[in-house]
Design a binder for this molecule. Structure first.
Ligand SMILES: C[S@@+](CC[C@H](N)C(=O)[O-])C[C@H]1O[C@@H](n2cnc3c(N)ncnc32)[C@H](O)[C@@H]1O
Length: 239
């Protein structure tokens, strides 16, 4: 039976089952690169006009320490994630990262009714790959709608480094080594291996860069470490 791996209910199940080991997996399998890329995503965020914003597909809140380090006065941050497992772990972290700065909405971000012009910034780390092109279009429209004029955004995702001579090695890592680590060390279902499938199907963030531009935002597209991750960042023009 074929399954739709982009169905929000399916994605929620994947992350609910992964949530217990997500932090360790993310670190081990990227050899620390995910932390570096989260930091680079925060560094790419143009100075927001005010302190409040959204962390979309927030997971366990991995980006918050970087955000709070660069902007100590930031808040409230509203984190949005569909997975109750990731949400539960995020709540544990809130106590360590100044709970009063951060609120959490457990919802499908594309079905949520975040108000218009309600955010000074939007950030998102590694939340793009589980969306298909149609969902990316809806996400781009959502970001353009919720940002205040002058508001800024930055998003980063693991990507396919097309044209890089070490790409075959990188794909071997994603498609063969990650599933092996998962089987031998993490004893999950096939869920972590699926994260590799999402990453290779995603390609890179150039598609969503175009969609954000079509929504009227100013967008910079950047490659990180030979294109193993790509990011989009920019602003909603002042009215
Ligand atoms: C790879 S994790 C990234 C988590 C975190 N931002 C990080 O830097 O590690 C992707 C997250 O996106 C969430 N997600 C996927 N689809 C979603 C949707 N439609 N609405 C809200 N969250 C979603 C998943 O539950 C998961 O926690």
């Amino acid at each position: 039976m074929s399954r739709d791996i982009y169905d929000p209910a399916f994605v929620k199940g994947v992350f609910d089952r992964c949530s217990g080991k997500y932090i360790a997996f993310s670190w081990i399998c990227s050899m620390g690169f995910t932390e570096r890329w989260r930091r680079q995503c925060v560094a790419a965020l143009p100075e927001p006009p005010g302190p409040s914003g959204y962390d979309l597909m927030a997971g366990t809140g991995e980006v918050w320490p970087h955000l709070l380090k660069r902007f100590p006065e930031v808040g409230p941050i509203t984190a949005v994630d569909i997975s109750s497992g990731m949400h539960a772990r995020a709540i544990e972290r809130l106590h360590r990262h100044r709970a009063h700065h951060i609120g959490f909405i457990e919802d499908d971000v594309l079905a949520s009714d975040l108000p218009d012009d309600s955010a000074d910034f939007v950030i998102s780390t590694f939340g793009l790959k589980t969306f298909d092109a149609g969902q990316h279009m809806r996400l781009a429209a959502l970001i353009a709608r919720v940002l205040r004029p002058g508001g800024s955004f930055a998003m980063i995702e693991a990507s396919d480094p097309r044209g890089w001579w070490l790409r075959p090695l990188y794909l071997l890592h994603l498609k063969t080594i990650l599933p092996l680590v998962e089987r031998l060390l993490l004893r999950g279902a096939q869920d972590f291996a699926l994260i590799g499938t999402y990453s290779t199907r995603f390609g890179d963030a150039s598609g969503i860069a175009e969609m954000l531009r079509a929504e009227g935002l100013e967008v910079v597209f950047s490659k990180h470490f030979f294109g193993c991750a790509t990011s989009v960042s920019g602003r909603k023009p002042e009215a």
